[in-house]
Design a binder for this molecule. Sequence first.
Ligand SMILES: [Zn+2]
Ligand SMILES: [Zn+2]
Ligand SMILES: [Zn+2]
Length: 427
Amino acid sequence: MAKKTERFSSAGRGNGLRALLEIKTGELIHSCEPYAFCIAKNSLKSTCQSCLSRGDGLLRCSQCKCTRYCSTQCQRQAWPEHKRECKCLKHLQPRVPTDSVRLAARIIFRLLSDPEPHPEESYPLAEHQSHLEDMSAEKRGGLTQLCSMLQLYLLQEVCDVSVLPGGLDLMGLLSRVTCNCFSISDGELQDIGVGLYPSMSLLNHDCQPNCVMVFVGKRLQLRAIRNIQPHEELTISYTDVLAPGQERQAHLQQQYHFLCQCQRCNREDSDSHMLAGDKTAWMIIRDALPHLEHLRTEHQWEELQKESQILLARHAHAVPDTNVYLLRLLDMAMDACISLDQYEAALEYGNRTLGPYRLHYAEPHPSWAVELFRVGKLQHYLGRLEEASNSFTQAYDVMKVTHGTEHPLFNEVSRKLTEVQAELRRT
Ligand SMILES: [Zn+2]
Ligand SMILES: [Zn+2]
Ligand SMILES: [Zn+2]
């Protein structure tokens, strides 16, 4: 396969990645395994540390009692990567270090066993940006704490961490990890891990990017969501594209230390739909969201349903469904209803999200595809075959671009669509 991309110096943005030839919408640009990865702390119990499949009742590592596997085969496969970490985890029991500490430790183990950068690696870790000089005193303080934790964690396996291969020190390594790692998500787009994919760290941000990333297990796939010309820079969004400018800017500044100057950020009216409705009302919803997110993470479905319904009853008349905060609230109410087996109510909320999603996602986006699939499954379950067929068809079209026809989720949608169409023919 001809090389499709190259590293280049992007004006005002440092390193970047650009197309070498024309890339078509939906084309797979790059596919790679992580240099190192780890499962997110709150997904440890439910995720296989080798293939990243989800489930209850996974096998537990008898040594550290922390990592889980779906089969003995997966456990065997993961052992070389887990061996040294296992001793560290066992020693700290019952404490489990944060994701960035565990990921940094895995990077260190790999650096120590294999210190030379690979010749085909276009972006070695030592060249990654650390942004140490841009960090606030508070953030540096947080990083110093992570360093102490990392040292304590590594104690059993690595005595001297003052100088690492590539001239890195712990602080430099941790800051690079926090600025450059990617969240690994499952088919439902829930974050289940973090990974470092060095050549993908070259990708710069745009709030209306030309590429998206999806995962198959821990394998990252970069796909084009519109046609890209030779020498055009490839971009992804580091932040939720379904967020108003101010929120995106704040997140990018805080996490990645830059001010976004993209076209979307410079368009004056770009937030008009996202922040539609009565400001006082949507601000109440916005401010309630972190608490509701917490309820969702904790699986407190009854409480989540109660609180989201109260907010919707009070404010939905003053705020249209296109408002992003109301949209997030609808999604949460739908999640709660699904988990409580109240499918009719879940579908009512789900149906309300489809129009706004279509409006906000100017281009195919994985979240849009997953939402269509979720709503389609509810419609199918409730016997609304025409509607389900329509949703699955749309999900199929979006996913063909964002996930590609080889992706397991695409196969699932394709199977559901065939099933519904056969049922429709019989009626
Ligand atoms: Zn597995
Ligand atoms: Zn273990
Ligand atoms: Zn922007």
